[in-house]
Design a protein around this ligand. Structure first.
Ligand code: NDP
Length: 279
C-alpha cells in the first residue's frame, strides 16, 4: 500500500505560494486567527497554522478572547478584525462558546476574507459548484491530495463517511464538481460496510477512532482519512484502522501526517487568493 504523505502535497502548495509571493511586491498578506477560550485543540491548530504561514512566507496574527466574553463584546471585537484593511483573511476557530451566536458571526464575516468557508455566501458557492468561493479548507485538502498524487476523480465511485457542514457535505459538492459519483454516509446509513466497500475512493470523516477496518475497504481503493481522534490510550489516530487496510487499499493517508498538513497549506493558498495574489 502506498502512503500518501500530507507533507509532499503541502510542499507542492508551498512552492506555488512562494512563487506567487515572489512576483508580488510589498508586504505578504496577513491571516487573522480568531480564538475564544483556550481549548487545547484550538491552541494546537492555531500553533500549526501560524507555523505553516511563517514557513510559506505569510503573516499571521492571533486575536484571542476569554471564554466568557459576551456575545455583544465578541461581535464588537470581531467587527474590528473583519474591517481591518491589513487583514486579508480570517480563520475563526470553531465551535464558539454557547453564549456567542455562531450563526450571526457566519453572517457577519466578510465572504472575501472567509478562508474556511463558513459564510452562507461561500457555502452557496460551494453548493453551486462555483470555484470562486472559499470551500472549507479540510474538504478542499482531500481533493488537493487526490489531484497532487495524480489520482483520477472523474467517474469514480466516492464514498464519504460523515455529513458535517465542515467536511462531509462540502466535500460531497467538491467531488461532484470533479465529476465523481458520490455516496454520503452517516449514523443512519443502513449498510455502511457495503457503501464503503464499493467505493474506489473512500473518505473517512466520522470522528470515530479506527472505526473503518479492512472489512470496509474494497480491493485497490484509495483511502483518505480525515479523522483526528485520541484512542483509548490517548494516542492520536484516524477513523481508519491503518494496519488492517494495508492488504486491501492501494493508497492511504496516515494520521498524523496526512490530511491535517494539507488543510493548513490550503489555508495559506486561500489567504493568497483573498489577497488577489493567486487564483
Ligand atoms: P462531526 O462530529 O461534526 O460529524 C461526524 C459525522 O460522521 C456525522 O455526519 C455523523 O453522522 C458521522 N458519523 C459518526 N459516527 C458514525 C458512524 N459510526 N457511522 C457512520 N457515520 C458516523 O465531525 P467533523 O465533520 O467536524 O469531523 C470529523 C472528523 O474529522 C473528526 O475526527 C475531526 O477531528 C476531523 N477533522 C479533521 C480536520 C483536519 O484538518 N484533518 C479538520 C476538521 C475535522 P450523523 O450526521 O448521523 O450524526
Amino acid at each position: 500500500m502506498e502512503i500518501l504523505k500530507g507533507a509532499d502535497v503541502s510542499a507542492k502548495i508551498k512552492s506555488q505560494v512562494r512563487e506567487a509571493l515572489a512576483g508580488c511586491p510589498g508586504q505578504p498578506p496577513k491571516l487573522a486567527i480568531v480564538r475564544v477560550g483556550e481549548k487545547p485543540d484550538d491552541l494546537s491548530y492555531e500553533r500549526n497554522a501560524r507555523k505553516k504561514m511563517e514557513a510559506f512566507g505569510l503573516r499571521a496574527q492571533s486575536y484571542a478572547y476569554p471564554a466568557d466574553i459576551s456575545d455583544c463584546d465578541f461581535k464588537e471585537a470581531f467587527r474590528t478584525v473583519n474591517e481591518d484593511p491589513d487583514v486579508a483573511g480570517i480563520l475563526l476557530l470553531l465551535p464558539l462558546p454557547k453564549q456567542i451566536s455562531q450563526a450571526d458571526i457566519a453572517q457577519m464575516i466578510d465572504p472575501a476574507k472567509d478562508l474556511d468557508g463558513i459564510s452562507p455566501v461561500n457555502m452557496a458557492k460551494v453548493f453551486a459548484g462555483d470555484a470562486a468561493g472559499f470551500a472549507p479548507c479540510t474538504a478542499e485538502a482531500v481533493v488537493e491530495i487526490l489531484k497532487a498524487n495524480g489520482i483520477p476523480i472523474t467517474g469514480k465511485r466516492v464514498t464519504i463517511v460523515g455529513r458535517s457542514l465542515v467536511v462531509g457535505k462540502p466535500l460531497a459538492m467538491l467531488m461532484l464538481r470533479e465529476n465523481a459519483t458520490v455516496t454520503v454516509c452517516h449514523t443512519k446509513t443502513a449498510d455502511l460496510k457495503g457503501a464503503c466497500r464499493g467505493a474506489e475512493i473512500l473518505v473517512a470523516a466520522a470522528g470515530r477512532a479506527r472505526m473503518l477496518d479492512g472489512g470496509y475497504v474494497g480491493d485497490g481503493a484509495v483511502v483518505i482519512d480525515v479523522g483526528i481522534n485520541a484512542d483509548a490510550d490517548g494516542k492520536l489516530c484516524g477513523d481508519v484502522d491503518f494496519e488492517s487496510i494495508c492488504g486491501k487499499a492501494a493508497m492511504a493517508t496516515p494520521v498524523p501526517g496526512g490530511v491535517g498538513a494539507v488543510t493548513t497549506a490550503v489555508l495559506a493558498k486561500h489567504l493568497m487568493r483573498a489577497a488577489g495574489m493567486m487564483r
